[in-house]
Design a protein around this ligand. Structure first.
Ligand code: ATP
Length: 486
């Protein structure tokens, strides 16, 4: 990467060292672009997922959730267009045999141009690429690569194959007899589980348009080039919501969700200046408008969430292939006093990758800090300033020493708090070392129980972000933390 002059490799190492993310099956040297979440990672991931779920379902009375299976009838993917269209143009370097996604190859070159200060050339290249991609002009894309003398990072040559399409779906067999007829797919998006259940939910939930169905779950894509840690994985988790609306009102809802979703990311604690919109030039086969919300990752602004106006494409397709009506009866009265009647709703989709959001939170939270102490010597720390409401542990409870009744007071406090939020108990090492460990895993509050606690029932509370310490009543700890994390 051209501009990886940041702390991305430190962030990846930190995630492993502090139990956030491990390479999958690491003892066998890992599996490319597949990762496991460790003891702290799983908790942060759950908290982010819960925050999304609550804001979508609990806070919107017209949005409900479902949990559809990963395996679906194979015709689902014919109807959705994934069998025919879910592919990326790719190109191979004949000398190194290395395969590239065409857009990634060109974007990497654009980054090099940007790095060299050649802004105009960078923009011209990206504009030409977007136009050629929009027209599926594969010959033109190859020519663009050759004209710009874009080289393979491994062989260093410009000896390229033609540009071809590569389908991203994983397939497997259902049952014990293998054959083309039993081929099923690992879902490449969660959305189709929502579409095929549209009428089930609408009828059993007596939902009235406009309404939404939300879902979180695993999706699988055989990405040609999986890279940048958990940014692009082959197995990942999506949080999607399909909002069903009356035809003709879709642009109004598209704009509504576009604004709402940006606000939501800010409410999670993501700084506004690190977020931006990117409107699509090339629209997917199902969309009549699409925008990405991008975040400034350590390797540049990249897609975090997609908002798409999907028209009635999916429901219409499912209706055609399943031969089951997927219509909504709108009994709202028109001006002539008659009900609006049957129609296939239009859909606005919001789709965010949970793993990408996780990487967003870690990237914005990671900080290496240095400062001068009162005695003039230098001190430093690595801290994860994860917003308190989604941090894995909320409170560390630390008895100053392992005796004199201090652990007992600490454990009582832990028992009082653990019904309400996650606590971490630790009695080994100096207080300074314990604070540093809690900084590194991102625990927002530490409470130290010392001898004075026995005399006046006060404790020292230390705030992670400012490192300020103050004495408060032991009895007030639970309430204070509860308030700060809500
Ligand atoms: P990209 O252009 O980065 O490949 P996309 O436009 O194909 O993404 P969508 O199909 O819109 O992505 O999927 C919605 C969201 O799912 C994305 O915004 C992203 O957060 C997440 N996502 C998609 N592919 C991956 C992946 N391979 N690994 C992790 N998250 C992903």
């Amino acid at each position: 990467m051209a501009n990886e002059n940041n702390n991305f490799s430190e962030i990846i190492a930190h995630c492993k060292e502090y139990g956030y993310i491990f390479p999958s099956s690491e003892i066998y040297d890992g599996l490319s672009a597949v990762y496991d979440y460790g003891q702290n990672g799983v908790q942060l991931k759950k908290n982010i997922r819960d925050y999304w779920w609550k804001s979508m379902t609990q806070l919107h009375e017209n949005i409900v959730g479902i949990d559809a299976a990963i395996f679906m009838h194979p015709l689902t993917w014919k109807a959705s267009g994934h069998i025919d269209n879910f592919s990326d143009p790719m190109i191979d370097n004949k000398d190194s045999q290395k395969r590239y996604r065409v857009d990634h190859l060109i974007e990497s070159h654009a980054e090099i141009l940007a790095h060299e200060g050649k802004k105009e050339e960078e923009f011209a290249l990206l504009k030409a690429m977007e136009e050629l991609l929009a027209k599926d002009d594969f010959e033109g894309l190859k020519k663009l690569i050759e004209d710009n003398k874009i080289k393979c990072a491994v062989s260093g040559t410009c000896n390229w194959t033609d540009v071809r399409q590569f389908n991203l779906m994983f397939d497997t067999q259902l049952g014990s007899v293998a054959g083309e007829a039993d081929k099923i797919y690992l879902r490449p998006e969660t959305a189709q589980g929502i579409f095929v259940n549209f009428l089930n939910v609408q009828k059993t939930g007596r939902m009235k348009i406009p309404f939404g169905i939300a879902q979180t779950g695993k999706a699988f894509r055989n990405e040609i080039v999986a890279r940048q840690f958990i940014f692009r994985m082959r197995e990942f988790e999506q949080m999607e919501m399909q909002f069903f609306v009356k035809p003709g009102t879709e642009m109004q809802w598209y704009n509504y969700w576009k604004t709402e979703r940006l606000k939501w990311h800010e409410s999670l604690g993501i700084p506004a200046e690190k977020l931006r919109y990117h409107d699509h030039v090339k629209l997917a086969h199902y969309a009549n408008a699409a925008v990405d919300i991008e975040f400034e990752f350590p390797f540049g602004f990249k897609e975090l969430e997609g908002i798409h106006s999907r028209t009635d494409f999916d429901l219409k397709q499912h209706q055609e292939l399943s031969k089951k009506k997927l219509q909504y009866f709108d009994n709202e009265l028109k001006e002539d006093g008659k009900p609006v009647g049957n129609y296939i709703p239009y859909v606005v989709e919001t789709s965010v990758g949970l793993d990408r959001l996780f990487l967003t939170v870690i990237s914005m939270s990671y900080a290496e800090e240095k400062w001068k102490k009162e005695d003039g010597t230098e001190d430093s720390r690595v801290v994860l300033k994860i917003p308190a409401k989604i941090a894995p542990y909320k409170l560390a409870i630390l008895p100053l020493i392992k005796k004199d009744g201090l652990p007992e007071i600490a454990k009582n406090l832990m028992n009082e708090c653990k019904q309400s939020f996650y606590t971490f108990y630790e009695e080994k090492d100096s207080i300074g070392k314990r604070y540093r460990r809690m900084d590194a895993i991102g625990t927002p509050f530490c409470v130290t129980i010392d001898h004075q606690t026995k005399e006046d029932n006060t404790v020292t509370i230390r705030y992670r972000d400012t490192m300020i310490q103050e004495r408060i009543l032991l009895a007030d700890v639970k309430n204070l933390v509860t308030k700060k994390i809500s």
